[in-house]
Structure formats: C-alpha cells, structure tokens
Design a protein around this ligand. Structure first.
Ligand code: 173
Length: 320
C-alpha cells in the first residue's frame, strides 16, 4: 500500500474519536419502584434530556427493581452493566460503606458544591465505586418512624421495624428488632404483620398505598433523604467533552429544582393527617435528644465502617 493509503486508513480509524462524536445511548435504571414519584420525575427529566440531546446523548430507561434488584443497582453501575442509576446510598453499602453517609448531610447540595463536600464525595465515589457522582435529586425530606403500635417515649423495644442501612443503627439503639427490605416489599411486610412499622421519608408513603397499613408517624424526623444520579466512571470517561457538559447541565437543572421537595414535604404531611395517620410527637428536650441520638448513632456507624473517610465526611457534612 502507498503511504497515502496508510494515511487515509489512519484518518478513518481516528475519525469517530476526534470529529463530532456520535450520539451515545446510556442505559438507565432506578433502585426505587416504578410507581414512585422519584421515578415519575426521573422519566420526565429523561424525556427532556432526549428531546434536547438529539445527536449528542440518549437516555434509555430500562426500569426499576424488576430490571435490576434494589440492592444490586450500585454494583451494576460499578461494573458498567448499566451506565446510569438513580439510587440512594443505603442501597449500595456493599459496594462501599461510605455511600450511606449522604443521609447525614446538614446543608443543601447547592452548598455542598461550594464547601468542598461535593468534591470529597466525588473523589470517594470514583475511587471506591467506579462512579461519577452526577447530582443529588432528592433532599429536604426528613426520615421518620411509621408505626402500627403506639409508643409514648423514644423506645422501640419489642417492635419489629423494617429498615435499610439508613435506619439500622438508630432503630437498633432505640431497642427495635430490625428487618431489612427493599421499598417494594414494605406493603407485603405490613400486610402480613411481619413488621410493626417502617422507616421512610416524610414523602412517598401513598405511592404504594402504605397509608392503608399505617397508624402513626413519629415526629420529629431525622437526617435528610438522599437520592442521586450515578454514572459508571468508564462510560463517563468515554464521553466527549460536549456530551459530559450536556449531561452535567441537564443534571444540574434537575438538581436546581430540589426546592420542590420542601413543598412536597408539607403536602405529604397534610395528606397523612387527612388519611388519619396520627402523629406521636416528642417535644422539647426529648425531641432534641432523639434527633441527637439519630446523628450520633448514624455517624458512629459511618466512622466504624470507614475510619478512612468518615471523619472528613462528618466535618464537611455537619452544620456548625
Ligand atoms: O428504603 C428506604 O427506606 C431508604 O433507605 C430511602 C432512602 C432515601 C429515600 C427513600 C427511601
């Protein structure tokens, strides 16, 4: 072959990597069930991304836990079985235990992006999870204990409570017997009387009709529910700068709508009252001790699981 022919072949081989890269399609899954508001908002966002991303990037929503089981989603992102996931850290502590610490952030994600917390999260998630931490899309949602049996002090002795890693250390410290289930199994556990209650944020209990099996909510709430978008790091690195910028911009736009969750918290509180769910409310010093205990036990768990990153995360996540 002539020198020219070799040159032409070289140019053709390099072309896709250099010239205007082709549209990329990302597989997306959700660790939360498809009937959840989280997924509905995700689907709305995906439709918009696909509309505005023609020729750049496409998101292909595969589905919820029927596609990839809740507690396996993190590993699916890590290994690249999927490209993008919507999950909360508690569902992938088996990949790296620091994931569950995001529930302990005491400032909004907008502030985390300025105070170094986001950068720290970003590094840990890429090093330990092979993930690009794209955006936090749920916040301003405190967690609560929901019960079918009445309590009159912060004591769950004798009660069996459905948990995820979010609540495990706190509820155990309060005397509960805990049982872990994915969100998709909460209704059945309540219906069969396998549990006397469950942990969940202030919003969302109507998505799968749990209100039918719920008598009480315990106030105050504690922590801040976190749901985020994660991208497999290899898939992320393979994107062109244009594609990365596009996805980042779209994700930041969604994250920028997080004030929605403040309104939603109020609406859901009212809706629970309407549905006849009674509030068991700790007040004053008892309420303070209850919330303090939540953070103490929560951080103790993170520090034990990660002596390496726990202390720095606590410093960056705690409001002084
Ligand atoms: O399943 C859960 O209770 C849980 O851990 C969680 C975390 C964030 C949002 C909603 C639920």
């Amino acid at each position: 072959m002539t020198r020219l022919a070799y040159c032409l072949i070289a140019v053709l081989l390099l072309a896709p990597a250099t010239a205007g890269a082709q549209e990329v399609t990302f597989k997306v899954v959700s660790a939360f069930p498809e009937n959840s508001l989280y997924v509905k908002r995700l689907e709305t966002w995906i439709a918009r991304v696909n509309d505005e991303g023609k020729g750049v990037l496409r998101l292909n929503f595969i589905g919820g836990p029927k596609a990839v089981p809740t507690f396996e989603v993190g590993n699916a992102v890590r290994t690249g079985v999927v490209d993008v996931a919507m999950s909360t850290g508690a569902f992938y502590t088996s990949v790296f235990p620091e994931s569950d610490a995001l529930k302990l952030t005491q400032m909004p994600i907008a502030e985390q992006r300025k105070n170094g917390a986001y950068d720290y999260i970003s590094r840990v998630w890429s090093q330990k999870g092979n993930m690009h931490y794209l955006a936090r899309i749920v916040e301003h949602q405190s967690f609560h204990v929901y019960l079918n049996k009445k309590i009159d002090k912060p004591d769950l002795t004798g009660l069996k409570i459905r948990v995820t890693p979010v609540y495990r250390d706190f509820f155990t410290a309060l005397g509960a017997t805990v049982m872990q289930t994915a969100p998709g199994e909460v209704y059945t556990a309540l219906e069969r009387g396998v549990v006397d209650g469950y942990g969940w944020p202030i919003g969302g209990i109507f998505d799968a009709n749990w209100q039918e099996k719920t008598k009480y909510r315990v106030d105050p709430g504690f922590y801040d529910a976190e749901v985020s978008l994660l991208v497999n790091l290899d898939a992320w690195k393979k994107l062109s700068q244009t594609q990365r910028d596009f996805l980042t911009r779209q994700a930041l736009a969604l994250e920028g709508q997080n004030d929605f969750w403040k309104t939603y918290a109020q609406e859901e509180t009212a809706r629970q009252a309407q549905a006849g769910i009674q509030v068991i409310r700790f007040e004053g010093e008892q309420a303070k001790q209850y919330v303090d205990r939540a953070y103490e036990t929560g951080w103790a768990g993170v520090l034990k699981a990660s002596p390496e990153h726990g202390p720095k995360m606590r410093e960056l996540f705690t409001r002084r």
